[in-house]
Design a protein around this ligand. Sequence first.
Ligand SMILES: [Fe+2]
Ligand SMILES: [Fe+2]
Length: 517
Amino acid sequence: MVSEILQACMKKGFLLDKEVLGYLEGFRSDEAENILNIIEASGVPERVISLKSFSKFSDKLVAFFEGKELSPKLLEFLSKFKKNDNKNQKKERGKVKLLAAPAFKQRKITVEDFVQHFRSRFEVLRKALELRNLENLTSLRKIGYSKGNYTIIVSVFDKRITKSKNIIFEVEDLSGRATVLVNRNRKDVFEVARNVLLDDIIAINVSGNNEILFANEIFYPEARLDEKRRSEFDEYVAFVSDFHGGSTMFLEKNLLRFVKWLNGELGDSKQKEMAGKVRYLFIVGDNIDGINHYPGQEKYLVEKTSHGQYGVVSRILKLIRKDIKMVMCPGQHDSVWVGEPQPVISEKWAPSLYEIENLYLVPNPSVVEIDGGFKVLMYHGASINRFIDEITDIRIKYGHTRPALVVKEFLKRRHLAPMHGMMDYVPCEKDSLVVEIIPDIIVTGDQHRVEVSTYNNILIVASSCWQSITPFEEKVGNVPDPCKVPIFNLKTREIKILDFSDEAGAIGLENGKTVSS
Ligand SMILES: [Fe+2]
Ligand SMILES: [Fe+2]
């Protein structure tokens, strides 16, 4: 590797000092090659490139690798230039940049599209797992009769419990299939195996041969950030979802109080000061109640068309001060197809939304970058109920009361709905429910309950709702907690949960304190 790097440098007309050479040696070959190309393109006059020289093109370096899957060594190296990165944050404020959105097929979907969908998911998550420096990594085809120790990266296509209460996984990779047994006496690995879902893509360290493999350890791809991001701007982001506009149970008066607060017309002086610093409002789906979503819904509708229902929502959003950027995605109740990913809400069904100049409509899911480089993954959360059904520990201990725990399961898997049949989905060229870009914030809706948490330096926000409990929610076991708004300061990372549930009184502060993140 060293001689290859040196030869490549000679060709490009420069040399590396010992320290830089040491770093490059630890990177993947494609990473080292890209760095040499960046040095060449940067036109630095030095013949011998030292770490000091890097400061002259560190912005290019950071920009080039941003959002890509990187080796831990390169991540560590790039963090040295973080200060420069922060300095180079654009001074413009109120940025809204769509970083990732699904690429929808514009033609009839065939079986081949489903194959491509799963293959793309496997490839992305396999690469993420490979970065974890797993020992004796091998493909299933290469495991022969002789016994050995291997790590395999596989998709789980069957899971069953044997009479002696061990777990058996049938797994596959692109080269073949295998049977993996998890012994119930191996407590650590058995605990992890209990919550493995069908179609999960995991790495397993195993012992055995091609007849049967015994699991020693299970690894998930894990979304992880090296550090928590902070912005230089003292600005707040507010998160709401599930207006269910047009329903008889829509809490319009409470939502109007929130809007009044945003506009500086409500609250004590401190609360008004905070409101003045709100720069973004994320609106995470189920904007209207929709039509025919559950039996007998019609008698709970004030507005019975999507135009009428979006009209209710637009009328309120139009009152919000124009310097607040609003970003809205759909949920299952919106007028788009139910299968995920969902496209943006179209003008055909919601013309009134298109009249709001500070509203950005995005698909579900989407990754949006805002001030300070914060990447916000918006996902309405149709799969949350199914995760609760499938993960025994969450179902039994918490039921529907802890949405953030489910979001941690998403981040662990780097997938928003791994199980085929978990919910309706639309195969795309890339599986857009894979968490490919690691976000600084993931925000969900759907459960109508607010919860804030963190996982591997990623902020999790599960947002509340603006609808009182419906008969349907009672039936499915949802426990809503309406009219709460988490607001997050991009500079201090302070979070406050404001409570607008009182129609006339003061704005409450959930638990009377600030939640740290
Ligand atoms: Fe909802
Ligand atoms: Fe929903």
